[in-house]
Design a protein around this ligand. Structure first.
Ligand SMILES: [Zn+2]
Length: 114
């Protein structure tokens, strides 16, 4: 078997996130392509992905929790750039408990928003 290059792996990951988290922009319905995604953090437990829409310029941050296979997406201000988010996200190690806490929090928040 031929081992895939890391570039292909990244491509596959991005495609996975498009398929799993969001195919379209929340705001304008534009179809996301792999170049619109930036993987900010990717651990065994969770992934943080930045979606930017080339059409309406809106930005979304998605968190994907691998153990429970659930994702959440929220719009972000454009003045917060991807590097800042990455710094914030990697400030501390995330435990499963924290992820569950965050998940419950987001679930609660979602109910308020929708
Ligand atoms: Zn859009």
């Amino acid at each position: 078997m031929v081992k895939r290059s890391s570039i292909n792996n990244l491509d596959e990951k991005k495609q996975f996130f498009i398929d799993t988290i969001a195919k379209f922009c929340d705001k304008c319905g534009n179809l996301y392509s792999k170049s619109n995604l930036e993987i900010i953090q990717d651990t065994n437990i969770s992934s943080i992905i930045h979606f930017s829409c080339p059409n309406c310029k809106s930005n979304h941050i998605a968190t994907f929790f691998k153990p429970i296979g659930i994702s959440n997406r929220m719009p972000i201000n454009t003045d917060l750039d991807v590097e800042e988010i990455g710094k914030f996200a990697s400030m501390k190690e995330t435990s499963v408990e924290e992820i569950l806490d965050l998940y419950l929090y987001l679930k609660e928040k979602e109910r308020v928003l929708v």
